[in-house]
Design a protein around this ligand. Sequence first.
Ligand code: SAH
Ligand code: SF4
Ligand code: F3S
Length: 467
Amino acid sequence: MFETPTSTKQHDESRQGEALLLENDSKKSNGRKLYIESYGCQMNFSDSEIVASILLDKGFETTRDYKEADVVFINTCSIRENAEQRVRNRLKEFESAKAKNPGMVVGVLGCMAERLKSKFLEEEKLVDVVVGPDAYRDLPNLIEQVDEGSRAVNVLLSREETYADISPVRLNTNGVTAFISIMRGCDNMCSFCVVPFTRGRERSRDPQSIVKEATDLFNAGYREVTLLGQNVDSYNYETINFANLLEKVARVNPLLRVRFSTSHPKDITDEVLHTLARYENICKYIHLPVQSGNSRVLNLMNRTYDREWYMERVSAIRRIIPECGISTDVITGFCSETEEEHLETLSMMDYVKYDFAYMFAYSERPGTLAAKRYADDIPEEVKKRRLTEVVNRQREHSLERLQTYVGKTHKVLIEGLSKRSDNDYCGRNDQNSMVVFPKDDRYKVGDYVNVYAEKCTSATLIGKIID
Ligand code: SAH
Ligand code: SF4
Ligand code: F3S
C-alpha cells in the first residue's frame, strides 16, 4: 500500500485506481467497449474524462468491467516509484483477459507513458499503444493503427494543447462536485519532481471556455467546481491572472461553490487572498504544499521560497481570511536531510496546524534534477521513521483543528449518503472538512444545509441540520 494511511480525500495522488462508468449516450455506437482506469492526481482523472469524450465521439461505449472491454486504457502516474509499480502490477492482471480476447487493445496513457515512451512497448509485451498527456486527440487514429496490426506511440508534448473545446464526459460523478482543468504542465522544476518532464510546459486555458464549463455544470445541477492546475497561482491568459479567473468563476452563480488546487507558496498573492475574502462562494480553504520546513532543504528542492517566506504567506492567509482551512504536502528524507532539518518540518507543522496533509517518503525519480545532482542518501528506514513522525503529528493537528469546528454551525453542500450509513448524509464545510449528519427528507443531494457540529472523530465532523 501507499505511505499515506490518513489520506482519502479528493487530491490524493495515491488513491486506488478505479473503473470509470460512462452512461450510454445518444452518439451512434460502433459496437466496441472502452474501459478506463485512472491513477495519480486529479488532473489525470480529469484527463480520463477528456479521453472518454474523444472516444465517445467515435462511438465507443464504456464498461465497468475490463474483461468485457475491447479497449482497455490505464491512465498512469509517475510521481513516486510505488505509483509506477502499482500500474505494472495492474497490467499483469490484464494479461489473462487479453489472452482470452486477443483483439483487445491495451493502452497506457498519462505520465508513465510520457516518461517511458516506446520503452514501454519493450518492457510490457501486452501493451499495444502508448499515449502521452498532450496526444489524446490522436487516440482514434492510434487505435486504428493497432487494429491494422501495428503497435502505436504518440508522446509528443505540446506548448498549446489545453483541450479547451472538449466537453469532458463526467465519469463516476456524484452529480454535485466536478473538476475543471484550468492549465496544464509545469514550469517550476522542483528538483524532486517528475511532472515537468511528463506534462511539459505550463500553459493556461482560455478563461471563456473555463467559465462556460462552470456555467454548463451549474445548469446541469452541479454546485461545486474545483479549478485544477499544478500551480494555479501562475495562471495567466492574456490579461487575466488567477485572481481575475477566480472572480469570473465565482460570478457564474452565488450557489456555485468554487475551490482550487494547487497553490504554490512562491506565487500565491494577496490579491488572490482578498478575492477569497470577498466572495462568499469561494471556499475558505487553501492547499499550500510546504514539502519541508527547512530553508536549506527547500533550496535543494528548488522550491524558490524559504521557511520565513512560507510562514509569512501563512500569516497573510490568517490575517486576510481568519477562518481559512490550510492543508499541505510533506516529503520526508529528501537528499541529505539531517535530523535537525526534519525537526524543522515538524515545527513548521506546529506553527501552521494544518487541517490536513499528504505525506510522502522521498522517492528518487529518474531524470529529475535531484537524481542527477544529489545522492539519495537517507536510508529507507530513516525516511519511513520520519514519515511516521510527520503522520502522527498531523493526526494530532487534524483532530485539534476539527475540535475548533465543534460547537459551531457550518454551511455544508450535501454530496451524497455517508459511506457508513444510508441514514446519514455527508458533505463538506467551507474548510473542506467532511461533515456527516442524519438524513432529512426535506433536503436532497446538491442542497446547502446548516449543520451544527456536535462532535468529531479524527477526520470527520458529526452533527445535525439546524433550520
Ligand atoms: N504541483 C504541486 C505538487 C504536485 S505532486 C505542488 O507544487 O505542490 C504532489 C506531491 O507529491 C508533491 O507536493 C510532493 O509532496 C509529492 N512528490 C512529488 N515528487 C515526489 C517524489 N519524488 N518523492 C516523494 N514525493 C513526491
Ligand atoms: Fe512538481 Fe514543483 Fe511543478 Fe509541483 S510545482 S508539479 S512539485 S515541479
Ligand atoms: Fe502523477 Fe502525473 Fe499527476 S506524475 S501526480 S499523474 S501529473
